[in-house]
Design a protein. Structure first.
Length: 88
């Protein structure tokens, strides 16, 4: 660990930020898997709800800085393709 007080604080802050980013990316992966499962089972209402939650989470992650905006756009486009049935 660092000797400088400001560096110690920075290390702690970057760890908190890393965990926050990990929470976003993990939940995005979970929602995507749930969307794929709902789409493959043919449950259109469930797939629509999962898509809405996934897009909401992606938008929050982009706004927060956990994802780059182009990455977010790519993930949302892929999710829409999965819901429509042409699996990506």
């Amino acid at each position: 660990m660092a000797n400088i007080a400001s560096q110690k604080k920075r290390i702690l802050r970057s760890e908190r930020e890393r965990l926050e980013n990990k929470r976003y990316t993990s939940s995005i992966k979970t929602y995507f898997r749930r969307l794929e499962a709902a789409a493959s089972s043919g449950d259109d209402a469930k797939a629509g709800e999962e898509l809405r939650l996934l897009q909401k989470t992606i938008d929050k992650a982009v706004k927060r800085g956990a994802l780059h905006k182009n990455t977010g756009a790519r993930k949302k486009a892929r999710a829409v393709r999965v819901r429509r049935g042409s699996a990506a």
